[in-house]
Design a protein around this ligand. Structure first.
Ligand SMILES: [Cu+2]
Length: 396
C-alpha cells in the first residue's frame, strides 16, 4: 500500500497542486526507523510513492492526516515548506522544515523546487509524548526532480524523535490567522457561554470483560452513548427520549486534572447535549487530564470554525491565563491538539443552527465516548433556521 493517496491539479502553468492524504505509517509502507537506513541504501530499486517536480517551480501540497490514531510529522529532505492554510483557513505564511498534523486536520504548504536536481526523501512518522504505545514506524516516498539520473542516491533527512513535543509546540505557535482587510479574524470578544471541558479517559465496570472493567473516555465525566435515532432528526421532529439537554458546562467534581487523578475513575454514560441560542458566543476551555496517562487529544468541532485563542501546560488558571489569550490574530481552524497534560481555549460564534458533534479525532477515544454535541437553536426566519431534511433522505 502507498504512503499517500495522491490527486494532481494543475496550478496556472507554473507548478501544480498535489493533494496528499497521509495514512497511518502502519497502513502505509512499513519501515521501522532502524531498517529505514538499510532500505534506503538499496533505494535505487525502490519503486514506491514518487512526487515529480521541475526545478524552479513552486508547488502547493495539500496535506490531510487520514490516519485514525496517529498525530504525524511530515518532512521533505533538504526543503523548507511555507505553510499558508490550515483547515481551509488562510494563515500568515511561515517557513518550516517539519509539519505537525493531527488526524482530521488539513495543511496547505508551498514547496519550491529550489535544490539541486536529484531525489529527496519524503517521510511521515508518528508523534506520541506520553507512555501510551504507538507504532514507531516511518513511511517514506521520494521527491524526484525532472532530469534526475535513475541511480542517483536519495538525499535523506532525520525525523523528529517520537516524543518531540518542542517541534509540535513551535509549529503550533507559528500558526496565526491572516487577519487581513479581506480576511479579518472575527474573534468573539464578549462571551455568552463559557465552558470548561475536562477530556480524557476513565475506567468503568464491565461484567463481560476479562478483568471486570474496561477503559472508556469522557468529557466532564460523561461517556457519550450514541443514540439509535439521529440527534438532528430528534431535534427537528421534536422526538423526546433521544437525548437530554443537561450536558454539564463544568466538571461535576473538580480535581487536580493534570495530577495523579481521583481514586474513583468511573464515568457516567449519557446522550447529553449543550444548548446554545442562535448567534451566541462560546468559549470552550479544554482541560487535558492525567487519568491513567495524560495524552494529546486532537479535538474536532463540527459545524464551525473556531479561533484557538490560547494554550498551555498544567491546569488552566482562570485568573492568569486569559490575560495571555491572543484575540487579535489567533489561528482559525476546526481541529486542534489539546497538549498532553495541558489545556487549550477556543472561541466561536454559534451561527449555524443544528446539532454538532465535538469529539476527539483519535478513533480509539471517540468510540470510547470522548464526544458531546452542541444543539444550536434557530434564529429568526428561514435563513437562521435549520432547513428540513431532503425529500430523498434514506429511511432506515
Ligand atoms: Cu483523544
Amino acid at each position: 500500500m502507498e504512503m499517500f493517496n495522491v490527486k494532481l491539479d494543475s496550478l496556472n502553468g507554473h507548478g501544480r497542486i498535489f493533494s496528499l492524504e497521509l495514512l497511518s505509517p502502519k497502513l502505509a509502507l512499513l519501515f521501522s526507523a532502524t531498517t529505514l537506513a538499510a532500505l534506503i541504501s538499496n533505494f535505487q530499486s525502490y519503486a514506491g510513492f514518487s512526487l515529480h517536480v521541475e526545478s524552479g517551480k513552486t508547488y502547493m501540497l495539500r496535506l490531510i492526516n487520514a490516519a485514525l490514531n496517529e498525530e504525524l510529522f511530515f518532512k521533505i529532505a533538504g526543503h523548507q515548506l511555507t505553510v499558508v492554510e490550515v483547515d481551509a483557513s488562510y494563515t500568515k505564511p511561515f517557513k518550516t522544515d517539519t509539519i505537525f498534523i493531527a488526524p482530521g486536520q488539513t495543511t496547505n504548504a508551498l514547496l519550491t523546487a529550489d535544490q539541486d536536481t536529484g531525489k529527496y526523501l519524503i517521510a511521515i512518522s508518528p508523534f506520541m509524548d506520553t507512555i501510551v504505545a504507538v507504532d514507531n514506524q516511518t513511511a517514506i516516498g521520494t521527491l524526484r526532480y525532472e532530469g534526475t539520473h535513475p541511480f542517483t542516491p536519495t538525499s535523506l533527512t532525520a525525523m523528529p524523535p517520537t516524543n518531540a513535543t518542542p517541534v509540535t509546540t513551535s509549529f503550533v505557535d507559528s500558526l496565526r490567522s491572516l487577519n487581513s482587510k479581506q480576511y479579518p479574524a472575527k474573534v468573539p470578544l464578549t462571551i455568552d457561554h463559557s465552558l470548561l471541558l475536562a477530556i480524557g479517559v476513565g475506567v468503568n465496570p464491565c461484567a463481560t470483560c476479562v478483568n471486570g472493567s474496561r477503559v472508556v473516555a469522557d468529557i466532564n465525566n460523561v461517556s457519550f452513548v450514541l443514540p439509535v435515532t439521529a440527534l438532528l432528526q430528534a431535534h427537528y421532529y421534536k422526538i423526546s427520549g433521544v437525548y437530554t439537554n443537561d450536558f454539564p458546562a463544568n466538571p461535576p467534581n473538580p480535581y487536580n486534572y493534570t495530577g495523579a487523578g481521583p481514586a474513583n475513575m468511573q464515568t457516567t454514560n449519557g446522550t447529553k447535549v449543550y444548548r446554545l441560542g442562535y448567534n451566541s458566543t462560546v468559549q470552550v476551555l479544554f482541560q487535558g487530564t492525567g487519568i491513567i496517562a495524560p495524552e494529546s487529544h486532537p479535538t474536532h468541532l463540527h459545524g464551525f470554525n473556531f479561533y484557538a485563542v490560547g494554550k498551555g501546560l498544567g491546569n488552566f488558571d482562570s485568573e492568569k491565563d486569559p490575560k495571555k489569550f491572543n484575540l487579535v490574530d489567533p489561528v482559525e481552524r476546526n481541529t486542534l491538539s489539546v497538549p498532553t497534560s495541558g489545556w487549550a481555549a477556543i472561541r466561536f460564534r454559534a451561527d449555524n443552527p443544528g446539532v454538532w458533534f465535538l469529539h476527539c479525532h483519535l478513533e480509539v477515544h471517540t468510540t470510547w465516548g470522548l464526544k458531546m454535541a452542541f444543539l444550536v437553536e434557530n434564529g429568526e426566519g428561514p435563513s437562521q433556521s435549520l432547513p428540513p431534511p431532503p425529500s430523498d433522505l434514506p429511511k432506515c
